[in-house]
Design a protein around this ligand. Structure first.
Ligand SMILES: *[C@@H]1O[C@H](CO)[C@@H](O)[C@H](O)[C@H]1NC(C)=O
Ligand SMILES: *[C@@H]1O[C@H](CO)[C@@H](O)[C@H](O)[C@H]1NC(C)=O
Ligand SMILES: *[C@@H]1O[C@H](CO)[C@@H](O)[C@H](O)[C@H]1NC(C)=O
Ligand SMILES: *[C@@H]1O[C@H](CO)[C@@H](O)[C@H](O)[C@H]1NC(C)=O
Ligand SMILES: *[C@@H]1O[C@H](CO)[C@@H](O)[C@H](O)[C@H]1NC(C)=O
Length: 667
């Protein structure tokens, strides 16, 4: 039945349409595609190369119109009534985004002129404005195929067909669909299903009946119209009038296409040859490309941003936690800390965590995340590539061997140009704070002081003689001695001097150490030996015993070396006057004199005169008597340190000859 009808339609149309548009006069025409048509277009309307009338092109809030070029005379000259007419057309609506709305619909209209520039898009379908909607002077008759439900206009649902007179508030409307000829059942149609559909509009002059019928393209015109209304269009349609199609989009876009159109006054609209209709754009193709035009740049931008952020975070993390790790370090694995752990432990090396700034770098307090262990992290900057391996070997070997007078070294970490040493945290801080009464620390009594001196001597002996390699500390001083819970002295910062010792070029010798503790030969040769540590240790003993800094401020604003001052008192026979007054005389005189004399001996300007640490220990433990210093000893340490030549040329005058014989240098 359907097939037969289509064949009949086909045979009929062959005769009627040869080249798209066939029109004998303006009482009747048929467009089979619009390629060769002369439609009057405005807004977004175009005729595509394939011959589709595209009323909107996918832009939001757009309207478009396509008019039959010439006017239509709806009235017979003699009578004042609109004649019967018949319209049929094939349309399709594509939503830009599959599964979303297609914007507003499409309408066939009859209007008094071709000027619809005052109309609004969106729900006004490009036919009316909020002013003209409902105005009887509009003289617009329309059949709307709406895809959006608008409550203001009392739309019954989103897909509906309506008969409109001077208003988008339809005089009659119905869900889009058709009554099946065979079963008589109503079948819904999705107007923006991308499928082409055909619509028929018939008006009967006598009955003033308007019938609207819609059906899928492959279905012949159903017998039962979808909509039927009685309205005398003579009150609406002007003479002449213009006929065409209007469409609009709102905040969502869609494309509205017309594939074919036929019209007849006082005659049925010629059938449209559906086999000759232009091809619809492939399903979703244009829609997708439109969608891509919008979403693709956004997606690319979003991906780019996401990638950039990821890379930024990754690089920042890499840079922040970057560390150096080489093959040879594998064996030191257990001593190796990750930089990130140290970074986290010290809360990013915050200023609040800074414990102090030492000769080699800053020291930060930290808490290891896993073990909750308190640590002190020393950041040492270095630029020597060669020395680092020896240094770490040494550091780790020190770490292996625990000594009660060394601050326990837990391990290390390193990154470019920076070495991080991880020590046990010593909550009591450094000795100088006790000696000079900083931070309200109680002063130490004699026994504690002597114990600290012996402890430091023991630690230094260990570094010099008892561990695998000779380790020269290079910076023995009160501020490098830390006090543990039992008020024992523990040497910190050991081994660091080595870092500067290895691999650096001889021209750029680093003189490490602290003024006041520097042995004279260091200034001359730039080389440190265990005996330079002994020198500094001598100064350290005096510092602890006298409670004075190595360079003391004298009354006349002059700087006096502590050694000289002690020597002076020794000469005068008033050695005990130099003992720290803060002890308030409560000390063992023999021990104090031993300490003072040992301090002088150790800080002897001649290396050969100094004892080694083993001997120092023996003196301190009173296992061996300390060699007597010659009483007529007279020299200025300061002068000596400033003028080495003097000592070199006339050592006999200085009267240290006896001392040099007692101190054999360990080699
Ligand atoms: C759609 O039509 C408008 C005119 O209404 C035009 O400015 C715009 O460039 C067109 N867009 C496309 C994608 O063709
Ligand atoms: C197209 O229509 C315009 C007026 O709308 C007219 O001037 C022109 O001659 C027509 N062209 C053709 C080829 O019919
Ligand atoms: C429709 O209106 C016109 C003009 O008022 C009138 O001449 C005509 O008779 C009317 N038609 C019917 C069927 O009433
Ligand atoms: C079209 O109509 C608008 C008002 O709706 C008017 O301003 C404009 O002048 C008209 N254009 C023409 C060409 O008549
Ligand atoms: C409208 O449809 C009904 C039912 O099919 C029919 O009887 C009537 O003639 C139609 N009117 C027009 C104007 O086509």
């Amino acid at each position: 039945m359907v097939a037969n009808q289509n064949i009949t339609l086909f045979i009929l149309s062959v005769g009627l349409s040869i080249a798209g548009f066939t029109a004998g006069d303006d009482d009747q025409f048929v467009y089979t595609g619009f390629a060769s048509s002369n439609l009057t277009l405005d807004g977004g309307a175009t005729v595509t190369p394939s011959g589709l009338l595209e009323l909107t092109n996918g832009t939001v809030r757009q309207k478009g119109h396509g008019f039959h070029p010439s006017s239509v005379l709806f009235y017979e000259s003699s009578s004042g009534a609109v004649q019967s007419f018949s319209v049929s057309f094939v349309f399709a609506i594509l939503s830009t985004y599959p599964e979303t709305e297609s914007g507003h619909g499409l309408a066939f209209f009859i209007a008094p002129d071709k000027n619809l520039s005052g109309s609004f898009p969106t729900q006004y379908l490009g036919l009316f404005s909020d002013q003209t909607n409902g105005d009887p002077n509009s003289h617009i008759f329309a059949v709307e195929l709406d895809t959006v439900q608008n409550y203001d206009l009392q739309d019954i649902n989103s897909y509906h067909v309506g008969i409109n007179v001077n208003s988008l508030r339809s005089i009659r409307s119905h869900d889009a669909g058709y009554y099946d000829d065979k079963s008589g059942l109503f079948k819904d149609l999705s107007l923006d299903s991308h499928e082409a559909m055909q619509v028929w509009v018939n008006y009967n002059r006598e009955t003033t009946q308007i019938n609207v019928t819609i059906a899928p393209l492959n279905v012949a015109k159903p017998v039962r119209p979808l909509l039927s209304a009685n309205y005398n269009l003579s009150a609406v349609i002007t003479n002449p009038a213009y006929i065409g199609f209007s469409s609009s989009t709102g905040s969502v876009s869609g494309q509205h296409y017309l594939l074919g159109w036929s019209f007849g006054i006082n005659s049925p609209a010629p059938p449209i040859d559906i086999t000759k209709l232009p091809e619809m754009p492939r399903l979703g193709q244009k829609a997708r490309s439109k969608a891509l035009q919008i979403t693709l740049p956004i997606t690319i931008l979003a991906l780019f941003l996401a990638a950039s952020i990821t890379i930024f975070l990754f690089v920042r993390r890499k840079l922040r936690y970057a560390e150096l790790r080489e093959d040879w370090e594998v064996e030191y694995g257990p001593h190796r800390f990750s930089y990130k752990d140290l970074f986290d432990a010290t809360r990013g090396f915050r200023e609040a965590n800074l414990l102090g700034t030492g000769g080699f770098g800053m020291v930060y307090k930290g808490i290891l995340r896993g073990s909750r262990l308190n640590i002190a992290v020393k950041r040492v900057s270095h630029d020597s590539k060669q020395g680092i391996k020896e240094f770490i070997t040494e550091i780790v070997s020190i770490g292996h061997l625990q000594h009660r007078n060394l601050v326990p070294l837990l391990g290390y970490s390193r990154r470019k140009g920076e070495l991080l040493l991880v020590y046990d945290y010593m909550p009591n801080g450094s000795l100088d704070k006790y000696l000079y009464g900083k931070e309200g620390k109680p002063t130490l009594d004699w026994n504690q002081r002597f114990q600290i001196i012996k402890g430091v001597a023991s630690g230094l002996l260990y570094l010099h003689e008892e561990c695998e390699k000779v380790i020269i500390h290079c910076d023995i001083k009160a501020s490098n001695v830390l006090i543990d819970n039992e008020i024992h002295g523990r040497i910190g910062d050991f081994g660091l001097a080595k870092l500067y010792d290895h691999g650096t070029d001889p021209e750029a010798t680093h003189v490490v150490g602290t003024i006041g503790y520097l042995a004279p030969e260091v200034a001359r040769t730039g080389r440190a030996t265990p005996l330079t540590d002994v020198f500094a240790f001598g100064i350290f003993i005096l510092e602890v015993t006298c409670g004075q800094r190595p360079i003391k401020q004298s009354t006349q604003d002059r700087q006096v070396m502590l050694v000289d001052w002690v020597l002076e008192h020794w000469h005068k026979g008033s050695l005990t006057d130099t003992v720290d007054i803060k002890i308030q005389g409560e000390y063992d005189i023999d021990e104090a004199c031993l300490a003072l004399k040992l301090g002088l001996l150790c800080s002897h300007p001649f290396t050969s005169a100094r004892p080694n640490m083993r001997q120092v220990m023996q003196y301190l433990n009173k296992e061996m008597p300390i060699p007597e210093l010659t009483p007529n000893l007279s020299f200025s340490m300061l002068a000596l340190m400033q003028n080495d030549e003097l000592i070199m040329h006339c050592p006999s005058e200085i009267g240290f000859g006896t001392i040099s014989t007692i101190s054999g240098v360990r080699r």
